[in-house]
Design a protein around this ligand. Structure first.
Ligand code: FAD
Ligand code: NAP
Length: 339
């Protein structure tokens, strides 16, 4: 099937902030062949390609003079199974939660802590999605991507992906790679990760003494639904800032000034601060100006109450950054990708 390119498409339904921005050209991608076709069209138009999955980690700040590709490719399959370890592959356009559900139905563990993260499988490696002590890099067995510069397909090992905290080669080399399918190394027997947040406590309250991956997933889903605003009701892109990682020395001097500082020790003598705590202390939690605001319960989540523009959300984010730097000497890095 040839690629259908539409013009002047309203992207409001395609981004979780529900920002009203137009794509000059827009197409839904359902096959690899269409991806190659899209490269040719973008060359003819002399305009870049912007890849959009579920739009849950982007901030659209102005109309896009680009060919926006909404990735809709489908398919989840088991590539190998030795009875203990299973390699699962998902097409980029599959919803992330459908991949998690599929893995649980097969009796596999590895993805349960990443349950209910919005968006698509293809975007998961882009920011090395993470939650409740697990990151994509812990389970990624590699992926296949199209090099939009050369038109060649390339297989990546996990090492090639250069995963880092909410980051990867694909996020850093924006515009170059179109992830087509992702592979996961999952297990029938690996231990579960229960140490993070409320997981163990909730399982205990339920009388669950021998938890399964499915039980952990159910707990994670329940906690997330209690804590996080649903983008269908209130526009947002999840955490807007990454948790800053600083030196133990800097953490010590901050602790002297703020004894309640929320900080978690990391490898190599570094310390991760809870960005939400910094924003809350600085008085931004619940702040609202026009329709752009900071969620009243989740200081890390910027929200669109209805008619905010991407530029207004960005302006608010920059003001929070400046204030936090002034008060704590710590720069909060934005997590969503700016379009
Ligand atoms: P998009 O927003 O469409 O795209 C994000 C970036 O990836 C863009 O640069 C885009 O160009 C690129 N991209 C998308 N698809 C492809 C592809 N196939 N090939 C190449 N590049 C691509 N994130 C977490 O890490 N952990 C969480 O717990 C979490 N919770 C969230 C909760 C809420 C309520 C919301 C709204 C967001 C949350 N997020 C979380 C952020 C977001 O859901 C993830 O980053 C997710 O992986 C984004 O997927 P997407 O398909 O929506 O990507
Ligand atoms: P939470 O459990 O209330 O924890 C607050 C912060 O403290 C988190 O950012 C988390 O860092 C950190 N933290 C908590 N326990 C920790 C531990 N034992 N060791 C190290 N760090 C710890 O957070 P939440 O807001 O409800 O979110 C729960 C999980 O979902 C978190 O992992 C969070 O990252 C993830 N999440 C991500 C997004 C997003 O858009 N990126 C949105 C919602 C939720 P980490 O963030 O590094 O885990």
């Amino acid at each position: 099937m040839t690629l259908v390119v539409r013009e002047q498409v309203d992207l409001r339904p395609y981004n979780s902030f529900a920002l009203a921005v137009r794509a000059r050209w827009f197409a839904e991608l359902t096959t690899d062949e269409q991806a190659i076709e899209a490269l040719n069209i973008s060359q003819t138009l002399d305009r870049p390609i912007r890849v959009l999955g579920g739009g849950s980690n982007v901030l659209l700040t102005s109309d896009l003079e680009a060919l926006v590709l909404h990735v809709r490719t489908q398919g989840i399959r088991i590539l190998s199974d030795d009875g203990a370890q299973v390699i699962l592959e998902a097409e980029a356009g599959e919803l992330w939660q459908d991949v998690v559900q599929y893995s649980l139905q097969q009796g596999l563990s590895g993805l349960e802590n990443l349950s209910l993260i919005p968006g698509t499988a293809g975007a998961a490696p882009v920011q090395n999605i993470g939650a409740y002590g697990v990151e994509l890099r812990d389970v990624c067995a590699g992926l296949t991507a199209l090099d939009c510069y050369s038109g060649q397909l390339k297989d990546f090992t996990p090492e090639d992906c250069a995963f880092a905290y909410r980051d990867s080669r694909f996020k850093r080399e924006a515009g170059r790679w179109l992830v087509l399918r992702v592979r996961f190394c999952l297990s029938r027997y690996a231990p579960l990760h229960l140490e993070y947040g409320l997981i163990r406590q909730r399982l205990h309250e339920q009388g669950c003494t021998e938890p399964t991956a499915a039980a952990v997933s159910a707990v994670v889903c329940a906690i997330r639904q209690e804590k996080l605003p649903d983008p269908k009701i209130l526009g947002n892109a999840g955490s807007f800032f990454k948790n800053p990682v600083i030196s133990e020395q800097q953490a010590q001097s901050l602790r002297a000034a703020y004894p309640n500082l929320v900080a978690y020790p990391q490898a190599h003598g570094q310390v991760k601060l809870a960005a939400a705590w910094l924003i809350d202390q600085a008085g931004w939690k619940g702040f609202r100006e026009g329709d752009a605001g900071v969620h009243r319960l989740q200081a890390l989540v910027l929200v669109n109450y209805g008619q905010a523009t991407g530029a207004q959300i960005l302006d608010l984010a920059r003001r929070i950054q400046e204030d936090v730097v002034e008060r704590f000497g710590v720069l909060l890095e934005m997590e969503p990708v700016l379009f």
